[in-house]
Design a protein around this ligand. Structure first.
Ligand code: ATP
Ligand code: MG
Length: 585
């Protein structure tokens, strides 16, 4: 069984493709050895490995020195461009700033900034100094910032004036914090910085433009990311420099990055997608990328694709659903002909959305699956492969995925089970900061347990079922919310749907759906009956929602994931738990 009633989208004829795909899956998958890929990296002169060197310096030292690395557009329309050579020099300077204030290998340096160029320069400076970079999403309020800085014991915080003011009250509680460095880009902020803080601009001006990268080994820690908090309190997943080999490989294979691409990843570096694929994958591949500081607006996004001639676009299901909600007429007003490859991550991508890509842009969105802990993509739809809408594709070469039962033994093909990964993939996280116990609890009978449920079909395509916590047990049937939500959003009035199990004395749980409507539709009983009828036609009666409630918008994390646990807590009048990553309306 698949979750999709949509037909397979055949891959285009190679002759019709603008460029041939980098990956021939069937050829590479069979006998792949990560050592080959390690051989495509440059490594440090002393034999170590450093992400910043692989992403920036190796291009700056070679023929790509004057190639554009970053094309930046600010939220007020400001425009800037940086070559690999300039990125090297600026990140060298920032590494010198950190050295001058005593930062050493393994120290935590956190970054709390909007998507300004200085954010990217800072992260690479931190990596060059051998420190651990901790990016924080700039929309966080004081409490989430305090929790993360306390937990990590950060010594330095790099931020900007408005965000610095937002967190003033928590600073006295950060006992390990030694310095705050404030970036005041173009003097955007008229208020002077506090005398106890360091000015980024002044420190950068004093710092020498060359830095000898601290000799990090592939096993040294590089970046730590707190997870999205979709299922509970965010955990600090810590990565090592060697993750870069998989970020490089998957940029090449799953995003099909080619030298002449203009790549746009819409994720914020506060989340792992924004560093693994908003910094490391494109730049290790020597590709030019667009960074847009502003937020979501359908027409603006299409304008960016048109104006910068974006070729490869990596975004998320929530954004795609918002574009769908805005309608097909908007993209028709722009020239989308530069687009060559579309990809999505972060949540299950409804088949409806995959097919919408095909209709509007002439190509499907390629869904891929991974998590903060995995550091890089583990399962993907590739340019070289037919797309089955609703499937997250096939494992990355060199990665073994399994579907196992609750005793951690493999289940037969086609059956639902726990999605597990054979440990040892290069970008695997190495611990949860201050929580080794929880880290250890994720490994069972030789598998890393992802916490997600999925199935694999006989042709090796993986299908996401739901997070293990969200799976519903109704009258003896196990129901994944994704299947129900995907059926609901095929109804013309439905923009988004979130599905939970509601306790029931007879069925154990019943399927309840929260539905938000597209503009122009009214929440009437008649529409509810129509959606119910529609869902019963699409799904078996055991699976179709017994209750449908209209809701203006679904609770989501700031990275756009539907928080089903909140829908459930609110429905049952239970405490909401950690809401530090909840997006405000
Ligand atoms: P937390 O672990 O704090 O609850 P989170 O799991 O949402 O938050 P992330 O690591 O950002 O934090 O998200 C990874 C999860 O997102 C995956 O485990 C999976 O549940 C979901 N996900 C990501 N990509 C996909 C995809 N393509 N299809 C289905 N689910 C996906
Ligand atoms: Mg998780």
């Amino acid at each position: 069984m698949t979750t999709s009633s949509f037909p397979t989208i055949q891959k285009p004829d190679i002759k019709e493709m603008k460029v041939a795909p980098n990956l021939d899956y069937d050829k590479v998958r069979g006998n792949f050895d990560w050592n080959e890929m390690y051989g495509e990296l440059d490594w440090l002169p002393g034999g170590g490995l450093n992400m910043a060197y692989e992403a920036i310096d190796r291009h700056a030292n070679g023929r790509n020195r004057d190639k554009l690395a970053m094309i930046w557009e600010g939220k007020n329309g400001e425009k800037e461009q940086y070559t690999f050579g300039q990125m090297k020099q600026l990140s060298d300077r920032f590494a010198n700033v950190l050295k001058s204030i005593g930062i050493e290998k393994g120290d935590r340096v956190f970054v709390f900034m909007d998507r300004v160029p200085e954010l990217y320069i800072t992260i690479f400076g931190i990596l060059k100094a051998g420190a651990i970079a901790g990016p924080l999403f700039s929309a966080f309020g004081p409490e989430p910032v305090k929790d993360r800085l306390q937990d990590s014991g950060a010594k330095v915080l790099v931020t900007q004036p408005d965000l610095r003011r937002k967190i003033t009250e928590i600073i006295p509680e950060l006992f390990e914090l030694q310095h705050i460095i404030v970036v005041n880009k173009d003097n955007r902020d008229p208020e002077p910085i506090l005398s106890s803080d360091l000015s980024y601009e002044e420190e950068m001006a004093k710092a020498p433009p060359n830095f000898d990268i601290v000799e990090t080994s592939q096993y040294d820690y590089s970046i730590m990311h707190y997870t999205s908090g979709t299922t509970g309190k965010p955990k600090g997943a810590v990565h090592r420099h060697q993750a870069v080999v998989q970020q490089y490989a998957t940029g090449k294979w799953a995003l099909d990055l080619h030298e002449d691409d203009i790549y746009w990843c819409t994720a914020d570096p506060g989340w792992v997608t924004g560093t693994s694929y908003g910094m490391l994958a494109p730049w290790t591949n020597g590709v030019t990328q667009l960074i847009y500081e502003g937020g979501f607006r359908a027409s603006k996004w299409y304008e960016l694709i048109q104006d910068y001639k974006v070729t490869v676009w990596y975004t998320a299901p929530t954004a795609i659903r918002m574009l769908m909600k805005a309608g097909e007429n908007i993209p028709r007003r722009y020239d989308m002909s530069s687009l060559r490859f579309l990809a999505s991550v972060g949540e299950p991508l409804n088949p409806e959305a995959v097919v919408w890509g095909q209709e509007v842009f002439g190509m499907p969105f390629h869904d891929n699956w991974w998590q903060t802990e995995t550091g890089a993509i583990l399962c993907a739809n590739y340019a070289c492969m037919d797309v089955r809408p609703g499937s997250m594709g096939k494992p990355i070469p060199g990665v073994e995925l399994g579907i196992v039962d609750d005793d951690f033994n493999p289940v037969p093909v086609g059956e639902d089970g726990n999605l597990a990964v054979r440990p040892g993939w290069p970008s695997m996280y190495h611990t949860y900061w201050n929580n080794t116990e929880m880290y250890n609890s994720k490994f069972k009978k030789g598998w890393y347990m992802t916490g997600d449920n999925a199935r694999v079909d006989k042709d090796g395509y993986f299908w996401f079922v739901g997070r293990a916590d969200d799976v519903i047990n109704t009258a003896g049937h196990l129901v994944g919310p994704f299947e129900v939500e995907s059926a609901l959003i095929e109804h013309p009035a439905v923009a988004e749907a979130g599905v939970i199990g509601k306790p029931d004395p007879i069925a154990m749980e019943i399927v309840k759906a929260f539905v938000s409507l597209k503009d122009g539709y009214e929440a009437t009983d008649e529409l509810r009956r129509d959606i119910t009828r529609f869902s019963r036609e699409k799904l078996s009666s055991a699976v179709a929602p017994r209750e449908i409630e209209f809701i203006d918008s679904l609770p989501k994390t700031r990275s756009g994931k539907i928080m089903r646990r909140l829908l459930k807590a609110r429905e049952l009048g239970l405490p909401e738990g950690d809401t530090s990553t909840l997006e405000e309306d």
